[in-house]
Ligand binder design. Structure first.
Ligand code: MG
Length: 252
């Protein structure tokens, strides 16, 4: 069942969204060659606590860290640890926070130092795929209009669209109905209504879209070990159009 949020509930979700957007902006300044993925996790934990919020992922189904950090062929759900970022890496950070019981969820992929032209194209395309999906998050459209828009942007550039993981509704829980795939024919699925809140999250690959989960039970990698990128925002459907609750703060 899809839970519609009242205007007051959307305001509360926006508070969680501000923490998440601020956290992504904060983490940007920590990404550099030589930094461990664990150091990014620690910075995230400190930031969330300073904001009076709670981490959304820590302990979720046993996940052992505050954020997911996925490098290069890692698609999503990478566990922070001792790995040091290298020049040329693509690093994806997926973060979530809870404020007064309400969740927000977002992800960003960043370049570490100078990256290859292919890596840059993958990063740019994944960001544009998210933007195209968000543009469809409006009254009267259907869920698969978002899916189709994401897929078109990615495949036009010759990249793959991950099937095994999809976006989702979000609110009082991290994962709510409906699922939001990043692929499919348009004009299908539930019609979008005011008060729906969706985590839209394209996971795009350099090669095949097939993924597998490593023995740690979490880290999803591309089967062909080629690069992946991941961008995500928590987006409310409103009469005034899509409202990105996790927008990064505008830097002057
Ligand atoms: Mg998500």
């Amino acid at each position: 069942m899809i839970e519609l949020k009242s205007p007051d509930e959307l305001r509360r979700m926006q508070q969680a969204g501000r923490v998440v957007g601020g956290l992504l902006e904060h983490l940007k300044s920590h990404v550099a060659p030589g930094v461990t993925t664990k150091a990014l996790d620690t910075a995230a934990r400190t930031f969330i606590e300073e904001q009076g919020a709670q981490p959304a992922f820590l302990g979720y189904r046993g996940f052992p860290a505050t954020i997911c950090v996925s490098v290069n062929e890692e698609v999503v759900h990478g566990i922070p640890g001792g790995r040091r970022l290298q020049p040329g890496d693509l690093v994806s950070m997926d973060v979530g926070a809870i404020v007064a019981g309400w969740y927000a969820d977002a992800a960003i992929t960043l370049a570490v130092g100078a990256i290859s032209a292919t890596a840059q194209a993958l990063l740019d395309t994944t960001r544009r795929a998210l933007e195209a999906g968000i543009a469809q998050a409006r009254l009267g459209a259907r869920i698969s209009d978002i899916s189709h828009a994401v897929q078109q942007v990615a495949e036009r550039e010759g990249f793959g669209v991950v099937r095994d993981f999809v976006g989702h509704g979000i609110g009082k829980a991290l994962h709510e109905d409906p699922p939001v795939p990043n692929f499919g024919a348009p004009h299908l699925g539930p019609r979008l209504q005011a008060g729906m809140v969706l985590a839209i999250e394209p996971m795009i690959t350099e090669g095949s879209y097939e993924v597998e989960v490593l023995r740690d039970g979490w880290t999803a990698v591309t089967k062909d070990r080629k690069l992946a990128a991941h961008f995500e925002h928590t987006v409310a459907i409103t009469a005034r159009g899509p409202q990105v609750l996790t927008a990064l703060p505008q830097t002057p």
